[in-house]
Design a protein around this ligand. Structure first.
Ligand SMILES: *Cc1c(COP(=O)(O)O)cnc(C)c1O
Length: 359
């Protein structure tokens, strides 16, 4: 069995509207110009001025002492886990968390830790659920529980925004139990733009936090992990070990700085397009739409008597690309290559396919 995605089928028309994920945007000409003009040096020697500037900027944005530039969000999560935990430890996170479901088993494979999955609607849980999952303190038979991890926004929770009070309460319960705290902020800036709560405030109760530049921010590469200075120092050993240390990586960091300057406020447009798309889908009989809070829209096609993957395939034949999650659930991700016109057209394609199935 091949693990690669199937090769493009030459009989299919080109993808005209790509809602597969918010990772599907292409770097803009202005972003490419910023990359071409970047001042660079050897990052491993601390000499890349563009990466240094980006790290300072991210540390301030997230309210932490220091930050580290990495190739991907997955590497931010895994380096954080490797630095926070030791083999045999347990991480407490939502059962749908990216670290538990979508990183190739890296916490097990690389760090030797188990992710204990907590239940709860919309990819979230409350402090009480966390407390129930804690093993008794000083209990020698249980695995050491050393880390709490949350996702803001919760990806498979429908891009839902953790309310600040819940984030704070969960972090406080973890701290009380002696756990460190980590926030996967792949889409933290989406939450901040939607609520006007600063990212540093959302992350205040968390020891470490990272943001991704390749989601709605539209950069081709890069993520940054922030935390206490001593933590980032320790994390550098893992960055070096895993081959995540750059040379003239300022070329990539320039795209990320450009995204922070130009692509944060516009996330509100993605949220508006997602809301409009959801409203249009709600009018289609046979679809169950999860009301979007940010740029991701999940909906269920089970009532049409078709699987998510077969429905996605039928849309693909019309030039619309979406992703299937689970037997009947699909996801549309809005990003900077999708405007109001593409949003309307995508909904119209789905309306036609649903009508065909009903008829
Ligand atoms: C995309 C994503 C990641 C991984 O980020 P990459 O940059 O794709 O490695 C981690 N967590 C969440 C919630 C994500 O959506």
């Amino acid at each position: 069995m091949s693990l690669a995605p199937p090769p493009p089928d030459p009989s299919l028309p080109p993808v005209r509207i790509n809602l597969f994920s918010d990772t599907q945007s292409r770097p803009t000409p202005a972003m490419r110009a910023a990359m071409a003009a970047a001042e660079v040096g050897d990052e491993q020697r601390g000499e890349d001025p563009t990466i240094n500037a980006l790290c300072g900027r991210v540390a301030r944005l997230l309210g932490k002492e220091a930050a580290m530039f990495l190739p991907s969000g997955t590497m931010c999560n895994e380096i954080a886990i490797l630095t926070h935990c030791r083999p045999g430890d347990e991480i407490l996170a939502h059962e749908s968390a990216h670290i538990a479901t979508s990183e190739g088993g890296a916490p097990w494979a690389l760090a030797g830790v188990r992710v204990v999955g907590l239940p709860g609607p919309r990819g979230q849980f409350d402090a009480e659920t966390l407390r129930r999952a804690l093993s008794p303190r000083g209990y020698r038979y249980a695995a050491p529980q050393t880390l709490l991890a949350v996702e803001q926004t919760a990806n498979f929770g429908g891009g839902s925004i953790w309310p600040l009070e819940r984030l704070d309460a969960v972090a406080a319960a973890a701290r009380e139990a002696g756990l460190a705290t980590h926030m996967d902020g792949a889409r933290l800036l989406n939450a901040s733009v939607a609520t006007a709560i600063p990212p540093s405030r959302y992350a205040a109760g968390y020891d470490t936090v990272w943001i991704d530049f390749t989601k709605g921010l539209g950069a081709p590469i890069g993520a940054a992990l922030a935390g206490p200075r001593a933590f980032i120092e320790a994390a550098w050993r893992w960055k070096q070990r895993l081959g995540g240390a750059f040379r003239q990586g300022g070329i990539a960091a320039a795209a990320c700085l450009y995204a922070l300057d130009h692509h944060v406020g516009r996330l509100a447009e993605d949220h508006a397009n997602a809301r409009r798309f959801a409203l249009l889908l709600e009018e289609i009989p046979g679809l169950a739409v999860e009301p979007p809070e940010t740029n991701l829209v999940f909906f269920d096609v089970g009532a049409l008597g078709i699987s998510a993957s077969a429905f996605a395939e039928s849309l693909r034949r019309e030039g619309l690309l979406l992703s299937a999650f689970g037997p009947a659930r699909l996801r549309a991700g809005f990003h900077l290559d999708i405007g109001p016109a593409e949003t309307e057209e995508a909904a119209a394609i789905i309306r036609r396919q649903a009508a065909r199935l009903r008829g």
